[in-house]
Design a protein around this ligand. Structure first.
Ligand code: HEC
Length: 156
């Protein structure tokens, strides 16, 4: 074998290792999400960065976040926005991304225990959970990051 050929094979071998490494980048499982001392979540829960555009859809999709059932966003063209929770206008100014992530993941930890806002990426959703939903989160890790990306665009 010529040394050039050997070098090529070795190089492509390293390529394969690097690829396997990136394919292994995984979402953080809900039970493994780490809150900081200040109550935020600094590390994104999804392997891929969030998309604000996708996040906007999650906010208004009744089968997903349905955030607008309780919150109002005045720039969103969505009917029947609720006012159970505070308006999300300017929320990107009020909170750092780590806090926005924590509020979406589990507001019982990020805000306070008695909040009626559901945790969207936690398995700790109370005792009375439909059997088919046990062990599932409302949003996927990627959808959480999409929502966080969108919330950061809400500036006054
Ligand atoms: C069942 C109603 C409900 C739903 C659904 C809901 N929230 Fe909330 N949210 C609340 C309430 C109520 C508060 C205020 C905390 C409290 O008083 O419990 C809140 C607080 C917040 C805050 C902090 C706002 C501030 O100004 O302090 C953010 C951010 C937020 N919610 C985002 C979301 C997002 C994003 C979704 C959808 C993925 C969502 N919420 C779904 C009820 C809800």
């Amino acid at each position: 074998m010529t040394s050039t050929l050997r070098a090529l094979i070795v190089a492509s071998g390293f390529g394969a290792v690097a690829l396997a490494g990136s394919a292994m980048a995984q979402d953080v499982k809900p039970e493994a999400v780490a809150f900081s001392d200040s109550g935020g979540i600094e590390t994104p829960v999804a392997a891929q960065a969030g998309s604000a555009e996708a996040g906007q859809k999650v906010l208004t999709d009744r089968k997903l976040g349905n955030c607008v059932a309780c919150h109002q966003v005045s720039t969103l063209d969505a009917p029947f926005q609720g006012n159970v929770g505070p308006s999300l206008d300017g929320v990107g100014d009020r909170y750092e991304p780590d806090m926005l992530r924590a509020i979406v993941v589990n507001p019982k930890k990020a805000l306070y225990d008695g909040t009626i806002m559901p945790g969207f990426y936690t398995l700790d959703v109370g005792k009375h959970v439909r059997e088919d939903l046990v062990g599932k989160t409302i949003l996927s890790a990627q959808q959480v990051e999409d929502v966080v990306a969108y919330l950061q665009t809400l500036k006054e």
